[in-house]
Design a protein. Sequence first.
Lengths: 393, 511
Amino acid sequence: MSRLRTLLNSAGAVALALALGAIVLALSGYDVGDALGALAQGAVGSVNANAETLLQTTPLILAALAVAVGLRGGLFNIGVEGQITIGGLFAAVVGYQFSDQPLGSAWRLFHAPAVPGIVQMVLILAAGVVGGMLWGGLSGLLKARFGAHEVITTIMLNYVAIGLVSYLVRVPLHGPGPIPQTPFISKAAHLPILIPDTRLHAGLLVALAVAVGVWFFLWKTPWGFAVRTVGLNPDAAQYAGIGMKRLVFGTMALSGALAGLAGAVQIAGVDFGLVQTGFSSGYGYDAIAISLLGLNHPLGIVLAAWLFAALRSGAGEMQVAAGVSSQIISVLQALVILMVSAEAGLRYYVDQRRKKAQTVANRASLEQAATVPASPPAPHQSSVAEPTAEGPR
Amino acid sequence: MAPAVQLKGIHKIYPGVIANDRVDWTLEWGQIHALLGENGAGKSTLMNVLYGMTRPDAGEIHVDGRQVEIPAPSAAIKLGIGMVHQHFQLVGPLTVAQNILLGCEPRLGPFFHTRKANQRVADLADRVGLPVDPTARVEQLPVGMQQRVEILKVLQRDARILIFDEPTAVLTPQEIDELGAVMKRLAQEGRALVFITHKMREVMAIATDVTVMRAGRVIGSTTPSATSAGELAAMVVGRPLAPVAEVPARLGGEVVLEIRDLHAANDRGLEALEGVSIDVRQGEIVGIIGVEGNGQSELVEVITGLRKASSGQLRLLGEGIAGATVRQRREKGVGHVAEDRLRHAVVTAYSIADNLVLDRYYLPPYSRNAMLDDRAITRNGATSLERYRIKAPDARTPVSSLSGGNQQKVVVARELDPNHRLLVVSQPTRGVDAGAAEFIHDQIRQLCDAGAAVLLVTNELDELMVLADRIGVMFHGKIAGWRVRGSCSREELGRMMIAGAGSGPLPGGAA
Ligand SMILES: Nc1ncnc2c1ncn2[C@@H]1O[C@H](COP(=O)(O)OP(=O)(O)OP(=O)(O)O)[C@@H](O)[C@H]1O
Ligand SMILES: [Mg+2]
């Protein structure tokens, strides 16, 4: 099974989902052409549309990388949403300490000297990483020490994170003004804009660099080797001397750190302060679908994240220009996920068909060979196809 | 009468390998037909074709004189073909009767009719002479009994052609004898049996006919009466095997592994080791044998760090290691060939090269400056590939596409490392051909001569008799007695394994 074919299959699944989506649109009484046109317009129709799509791609890449690192290590981190939230919280709190605006009733943790913007940015992003790492690491610790299943603990910690933030921004972190939100970070700490007159910021470059970093970590470092070994065969990992407890903790902490970075990037690039609700707006859940669609591989994830972002940002235009309910977009996304899972079954079927065809072809060539005086074939003959070791590298 | 099975021109190509090269082969009714050949010769592939698990690229299958298509195991079952898999396909928590009747259960309304099912299985077992307890839970049965359940499952579907792919690899000597008797009875009733094995002793004792394969081709057929075990082995390997040199039992030097009054529980929390004491010295091979379930597996796990001891002492070169992690033990020089290779010893999705560094990937030269060195890993893989004659296109081939014996060679190549001080070797030649077994035995002896201490745990009496300097028989979680090589017979050891009796003097063993 070649890597290219897997990729093509995923693309096929997406195309099929869009086709089914079109049918759903038609059945709901919309003009399919108008609706899909608006979707495309909103997603890629202008410089600004492209910038908005890439803006949404950024946190999705980071969040999906968080999921992928967990899955490669055999851990199902459903708590990315909560880790993004805590990462955002840490980033916002550290960030506003440097603000020269009044803080309202929000806690001042330290008196920040006037440091350059770039230093502030780094500190904000680092704070997000630490926050996510703590939150993810907590689930890792619970699993390593007490055997608590990470699916349960990460879901629970999602609720804790959201409740915690909702309390904090209303009381001890309430900035100036009536809206419950933290004070804003200073202008100097905003991530630089990549395309003038759009909101697209340098967080995208951070996300892409991190994607490369995750790839490097998983496939080129000894720790990545250990993570993948545990994910593929935990019994063999233990037998080979890999410390399972440390590894479970480390994998969850790393996964959380990536999610926390997503939260921090949103603070430093888009939101600039933490509002009471809707900070992450479901990035952590989309991330699971994106990671699976992207075959838990950084390259696949970047492409899949862009696709989900395009659907997200096209949704607005579809709603405004074609009057399509935004829920149809959710249906579309659900269809993509459904098709991707169905694709595994499809692949099996296609493989069977292909094998049959191959058999017929080989038989034909053999019969042909039989008419010619056959020379005995070499005992082992190297043929063209090179077997792939263990998935995409 | 038409032959049971006739294969004509079966051809199967995998990337880089011709697994079956226009194989013609005939199986007659009433035969127990042994299929022999080196690892990777194509035996399993050929039988998988017959059972519908692999589609051949070319060739015809005739069953009972009629040409047939077998696209899936279900088609094979309809034709009366059954396969006893090496990895049992049983549902552990279910009873024997439930397992055997799975898919065609007698019902009482919507429910499983337990009484009727038990009766039916008892009748079947009676008819074919394979007594089992229909109400026993499968996971609590010894391996030999589980295999019997597998055989009954196949017979229940009226299979007249039975394929056994390396059925004896997991059995103890007594269980092998029993299986042989069962197979002979099934053949006498007119069924046709195929029997894949690497043990010439079993071929001579059980088979009626023999076919030898090499590099995907049939290279010859004979009968056991027309040949000898040595001749057969030579035919398989393509060269005569050197007779095992008679070396007097070695005495060994300083104590490398010291075990004192070791206790440990098994997975079910029951006491599996009830006070084991063993010394393994530098330059000696200590063999441990016993009927499955007498604590051998747990002993190995405790020594290698996969299981905690509940009490007792464990010292490596005088240093206590009872609390050490697996990695610490490995770094102190403990190598471990695990008995269940697929579960413990390989990551099948990884390449051969990656599997060969599974325990040392983080050390130079495989990792440098926090980076894996793929070139060094591949080079190491290529060296072992050649040295151990692992049959694969190259070191980047995933282990999942290797034949069973070649997977075992990967594990052995990694663990028989000259830097190891103590080798804990469980079933080292499980599934490998006679030539490779000879090579592995030589390696173990050489490492031992170079100063390693070896603890060999095996079900195979022959292996034990040629390798071990001292033999301890395990019974009910204890060492029931010690024998020195050369001063005991197979029969005596067999008796000790079953009865635990005969605790003689403890030559060189710990008091
Ligand atoms: N799924 C597969 N993909 C690629 N190659 C395969 C696959 N299955 C088998 N092979 C190759 O086909 C050849 C024959 O394998 P097969 O399993 O039939 O050997 P075997 O005679 O049963 O050996 P053993 O005694 O070790 O079990 C081997 O070289 C093996 O590597
Ligand atoms: Mg085989």
